[in-house]
Write a protein that binds this ligand. Structure first.
Ligand code: BGN
Length: 395
């Protein structure tokens, strides 16, 4: 009896000991993980490149901007049950029209008041279907400056499409303050952070103000993987554009695919690639940079809706203040290596305005201007430069 009792006690002690050991192991794993994350964060924010100052923009105009703003983005565990609940909207939205009428080149779009009058169910830039549960919450994020007429055309065209696609969506314009050189990618980063503060979305469509979808079977729906919606553009005779990069490092994709116009990201993947680079001032290259980022993380751009995703570009001339960026080739060359510390992680901007209008929400941001050292470095002519000579100042 005594023996039996001792045996039971030993067993009990043994299992208590096992539980303690397991707890200790678990806690130490947890602490190691927390420590790893903390040091990674430090490494990114206190990165030598940032200290070297080349990757920061000149911020006299927006001196209260803080670093890093990505900390304010609430990471949302996606709850995809809306897609499968009995109340979910149908998998094939019933009211789609197919091929759409596009406005003629010289046609004058209806005024914003008139457009708002056609869509009383769009409230302060947002809409959701009332008889079923929208499968996706989508933020349409439009980098913007001074294109009032294009915006009218786009809003008039896009609201009916998104409504028929039974989405729960909001259209945002992210306005670039001032008339300095444009920086579309940084505007998109700032827009992403601000939109995340406004509401939680399943995905984000970064949408140029001047591209129009030609068929509403091209669904603005979300997926985990990034997607290019404007896969076929009239400007390129509806041929998917791919090009060999003039300067390609070993680790880069052999062919660069066009990744501009209208592209879709889940929050997870946009954060995973650290958003877009903040360093592209002027026209070109920032979309190639983003394509290299997603390619390096093992994603490719998919196109589930095939030729339905034809897009048409509203004709216009490139504005004087958006001249081609002479430094875009060396910047893209270094895209993948720079990804961990150039993007959302070191983004600085100043929010200057937030207005909700009937058809869209406008967020105005000051993104500063290009750092002088970087400007001088990138202004030299790289077109004739051999790849191996393309070294950035911090190398
Ligand atoms: C590419 C641009 C892209 C632009 C497409 C389509 C560059 C970098 C040097 C190759 N890339 O050539 O930014 O979206 O054309 O216009 O200029």
């Amino acid at each position: 009896m005594l023996r039996f009792h001792r045996l039971v006690t030993m067993r009990r002690e043994g299992s208590i000991l096992a539980v303690i050991v397991m707890n200790v192991v678990f806690m130490s794993m947890l602490f190691t993980r927390i420590e790893q994350e903390r040091s990674l964060k430090n490494e990114i924010t206190q990165n030598k490149y940032v200290e070297g100052n080349y990757l920061l923009d000149d911020f006299n105009e927006a001196s209260d901007a803080s670093i890093p703003l990505v900390d304010h983005v609430k990471i949302v565990e996606r709850n995809w049950t809306r897609r499968t609940s009995p109340q979910s909207c149908p998998l094939f939205p019933p009211g789609l029209k197919g091929k759409l009428d596009l406005p003629g080149n010289d046609s004058i779009p209806p005024s914003l008041d008139n457009i708002a009058g056609y869509h009383p169910d769009v409230k302060l830039g947002s809409y959701k279907p009332i008889h079923c549960l929208a499968r996706y919450k989508v933020a349409i994020v439009i980098p913007y400056r001074d294109r009032a007429e294009h915006l009218q055309v786009l809003l008039n065209h896009l609201h009916p499409v998104l409504k028929r696609q039974q989405l729960d969506y909001t259209i945002y314009t992210i306005s670039f303050a001032g008339n300095g050189t444009f920086n579309k990618a940084k505007l998109i980063n700032a827009g992403f952070v601000e939109v995340n503060k406004d509401r939680q979305y399943d995905c984000f469509v970064f949408h140029d103000v001047d591209v129009l979808v030609e068929n509403d079977h091209c669904l603005y729906w979300c997926s985990e993987e990034p997607r290019q919606l404007s896969y076929y553009l009239d400007k390129f005779d509806y041929k998917p554009l791919e090009y060999k990069y003039p300067c390609r490092s070993e680790s880069a994709p052999e062919r660069t695919k066009l990744f501009g116009g209208a592209v879709m990201f889940s929050q997870k993947v946009f954060i995973e690639v650290n958003g877009m680079s903040n360093l592209y001032w002027g026209w070109g290259g920032e979309d190639d940079d983003l394509y290299w980022r997603i390619w390096s993380k093992g994603y490719d751009i998919n196109n589930p809706y095939g030729e339905n995703c034809r897009f048409s570009m509203i004709k216009h001339q490139r504005e004087g203040y958006n001249r081609a960026n002479p430094g875009r080739i060396p910047l893209v060359y270094h895209s993948i290596g720079r990804m961990p510390y150039d993007g959302l992680s070191n983004l600085r901007y100043k929010k200057l305005g937030f207005q909700r209008y009937p058809l869209y929400v406008n967020i105005t941001v000051g993104v500063g201007k290009q750092h002088k050292k970087m400007h001088d470095f990138l202004s030299s002519d790289f077109n004739s430069t051999k790849c191996e000579k393309v070294k950035m100042p911090w190398e």
